[in-house]
Design a protein around this ligand. Structure first.
Ligand code: SAH
Length: 393
């Protein structure tokens, strides 16, 4: 077994069971991509077993902090089963859910979503790439399913020195799937959609939005960064009479329109706008438009803390515009999925936007990702999605 020796003083985060070893913390040692290594402190103490990644800034991702643990097929089987068993205990109002959420499930770099009878997996680190055949067999066995599609076409694969890979790993046939989420139905294409096809992490927030639209009687709703219109369908289900979905992806908007019909809503209650959100918000402001509810769910502006400052300005900008466009008593459901922006910082950014817009608001709810995208106590980076539901004063 190859050994990786950590610089003196850099072993502390591993001792607290944080699962990453950065390049700068490695004193010496190396291995092949994905190979299991023994990580030791400069003083020779065992720290963890992990997967080596020669190209990544995250040089080792920990598999286990237990020296007696063997990293073999049985180890992965136990991790897969633990993750699936945890999901079975959760209240999930859908037949689509995240089964494996990377580090939080002790499988760094592995994402697996289930859409009805189809599994979709992303292998995003050298470690899980190396164990792919084993993991695939275990995922299929543990779920009893026969269809597994690979979507390893995320940018982070490049950082790991891995090529993009997509296609059926098991099974075949249509990549178009219809799922049930709360009281509505949604379609997706596991081969063409963003990520694995759909944003499952917002499931419970869509339901909260539908409930808030009903509770506060919102009629006109602007859904910014709508993707395939999940929040738009929620707004219609909540009783909105005029919903606008804004996104820069034409295929996503076509699907949003299809979702209006799929759920039996009158097409006249929904409009889609293929445009840049920032420009759209400015145009509406110039026109003097107002909305009863606005959703802001932008893509990740700050992948890491290093991007936080520029991202903060971008978040503040759209939130300022959103708050100004809200009618008095209107609802803003605003999100950040940037790991580099903490919930506290996000709140401060929105506070700053409120100051600039000269608008005050009540925070009705502070939300995160649905519980099938869990966080663990050792890995604060796992907290990425945060949202504030605000009632304009
Ligand atoms: N709210 C969605 C998920 C949003 S993901 C849901 O519930 O499913 C972010 C979306 O923002 C993507 O669909 C992407 O196409 C879109 N997007 C990114 N930059 C944009 C921009 N400048 N203007 C409009 N849409 C943008």
């Amino acid at each position: 077994m190859k050994k990786i020796i950590i610089r003196a003083g850099k072993e502390r985060s591993l001792q607290r069971r944080h699962p990453w070893v950065f390049e700068g913390s490695v004193q010496r040692g190396g291995a092949d991509a994905g190979e299991t290594v023994r990580v030791e402190s400069a003083a020779g103490e065992f720290l963890c077993w992990g997967a080596f990644s020669p190209n990544s800034n995250i040089r080792v991702r920990a598999w286990s902090f237990d020296e007696a643990q063997r990293i073999d097929a049985a180890f992965f089987e136990q991790r897969v089963q633990r993750a699936i068993a945890m999901r079975q205990r959760l209240p999930i109002a859908s037949d689509a859910l995240r089964l494996i959420h990377g580090e939080a499930d002790g499988l760094p770099g592995l994402i697996v979503d289930r859409y009805g009878d189809t599994l979709v997996a992303q292998f995003l680190s050298a470690g899980v790439e190396r164990w792919k055949p084993v993991l695939c067999a275990q995922l299929l066995a543990a779920t009893g399913l026969t269809r597994l599609y690979e979507r390893s076409d995320a940018q982070v694969r490049e950082l790991e020195g891995l090529p993009q890979q997509t296609g059926w790993l098991q099974g075949e046939g249509a990549t178009e799937i219809v799922i049930q989420e709360h009281e509505w139905r949604l379609s997706l294409d596991v081969a063409e959609g963003h990520k694995t096809g759909y944003y499952l992490d917002q499931r419970d927030n869509r339901k909260k939005f539908a409930d808030a639209v009903r509770q506060y009687g919102s009629k006109s709703v602007l859904n910014c960064f709508s993707y395939t219109g999940g929040f738009s369908v929620a707004a219609l289900a909540g009783g909105a009479t005029e919903v606008i979905s804004v996104d820069s992806s034409a295929p996503a908007l076509a699907r949003a329109e299809a979702h209006v019909a799929l759920n039996g809503f009158d097409a006249g209650r929904h409009r889609s706008l293929d445009a840049d959100v920032n420009a759209t918000l400015r145009n509406f402001l110039k026109e003097g438009r107002q909305f009863d509810a606005i959703v802001l769910d932008p893509p990740k502006f700050a992948p890491t803390v290093a991007h936080a400052e520029r991202a903060a300005r971008a978040y503040k900008d759209i939130n300022r515009l959103g708050l100004r466009l809200l009618a008095p008593g209107g609802l803003l459901f605003t999100f950040s999925c940037s790991g580099g922006i903490s919930p506290d910082l996000f709140h401060k950014i929105v506070a700053g936007a409120g100051m600039d817009a000269e608008v005050d608001g009540y925070v009705l709810d502070r939300v995160g990702a649905s519980p099938d995208h869990p966080q663990t106590i050792n890995f604060p980076e796992g907290e990425y999605l945060k949202g504030l539901l605000i009632l304009k004063a």
